[in-house]
Design a protein around this ligand. Structure first.
Ligand code: SP5
Ligand code: ZN
Length: 343
């Protein structure tokens, strides 16, 4: 029975924004909050926890534009120095035509909309440190796999799969799963399976033209679900990445049976890829009681998903993404792990 190595870090709690703006409404408290980590941790049943090691800039810059990383490093301080309020949320987003000029705004307040694509991803004083720590947590879990461990879990926040090469949003600043996946390509082909309720547009974009990393996602149909503009079935990748991207959008109200059938199909694609390792973007916002997801999964479904993943027999890194119903996160994680580690 594979043991699981769990990596986590308390610096996640430095990202603790008091509010966000969603569908034009102020939302407080935010859904993506520090208490999620303790709630998830309750599902680990005493597994020992590893601290992350520092990996420096190189693996982060293998995924994200250096200018985006530099922006996030001091954006909050510059926003505040320019008179911005306590939470950095942009309100002006450049049109495609304005972006082609490449001209950033000299205003630290105006320029936030260059890098961020929504109003639901507030940045506060500790956000950058927390997001960097999340990347080190995922990289440390990937190191464990590279060193021969069968299964590692990166218990991180903020999540990452909406953050792309040169943008952030969707509660995500950097993309720890994508950073881990790219690092694991040092050992051969990698597959990313994304089971968060939302399409991982950021991870898709990172590997869009990449022939080494397969991205497969099950998610709420973007015809009605965030991120609205990405996640359709006809998005298949480009260049060397053509055929290495597969989206399985599912309708509102999807339950266990339909979900598990789609999951089998996704895993057949993963199996055919010939990966040396697997990264799973784990979200529990597919659960029936999740406050923002639109599926109707039960706790039992996660054990089935875990068991199907285990059948692939691949070294696997789990990276935490979404899931916002605090009361069920622990038992849903425990269910997933039960499937991955059959007694
Ligand atoms: C990592 C992750 O799960 N990010 C999700 C970001 C979602 N942001 C927009 C959510 C819009 C929710 N509106 C639905 C309200 C249902 N009552
Ligand atoms: Zn999500």
């Amino acid at each position: 029975m594979p043991t699981i190595e769990v990596v986590t870090d308390d610096r996640h709690a430095l990202h603790d924004p008091p509010h966000e703006v969603n569908t034009g409404r102020p939302v407080s408290p935010v859904w993506e909050r520090p208490a999620r980590v303790a709630a998830l941790g309750s599902g680990l049943r005493g597994a020992s926890l590893l601290a992350p090691t520092e990996h420096g800039d190189a693996p982060l810059l293998a995924v994200h534009d250096a200018a985006m990383v530099r922006f996030l490093a001091d954006a909050y301080d510059r926003w505040r120095a320019s008179g911005g309020p306590a939470v950095m949320i942009p309100d002006t987003f450049p049109l495609a035509r304005w972006r082609t000029s490449g001209r950033r705004s000299p205003s630290p307040i105006g320029n936030a909309g260059w890098w961020c694509f929504d109003t639901a991803t507030p940045v506060v004083a500790g956000s950058y440190v927390a997001a960097r720590a999340a990347v080190d947590v995922a990289l440390t879990a990937a190191d464990r796999i590279a060193d021969g461990a069968p299964l590692a879990y990166a218990l991180t926040r903020p999540p990452g799969h909406h953050a792309g090469p040169s943008y952030y949003g969707g509660f995500c600043l950097f993309n720890p799963a994508a950073v881990a996946a790219r690092r694991l390509t040092e050992g051969g082909r990698v597959a990313v399976l994304d089971v968060d309720y939302h399409h991982g547009n950021g991870t898709q974009d990172v590997f869009w033209a990449d022939g080494d990393v397969l991205y497969v996602s099950l998610h709420g149909d973007p015809a009605s679900a965030f991120p609205y503009f990405s996640g359709f079935a006809d998005e298949v990748g480009e260049g060397r990445g053509r055929g290495a991207n597969r989206n399985l959008p599912l309708p509102p109200g999807t339950g266990d049976e339909e979900y598990l059938a789609a999951c089998e199909s996704a895993l057949a694609t993963v199996a055919a890829w010939g990966a040396a390792s697997l990264v799973v973007s784990v979200g529990f916002d597919t659960f029936a009681d999740d406050p923002i997801g639109g599926f109707e999964l039960t706790t039992a479904a996660y054990e089935q998903v875990g068991a199907s993943i285990a059948e692939l027999g691949l070294p696997t890194v789990l990276v935490q993404e979404g899931g916002y119903d605090l009361g069920s996160l622990g038992r849903n994680l425990a269910s997933l792990l039960d499937g991955l580690r059959p007694e």
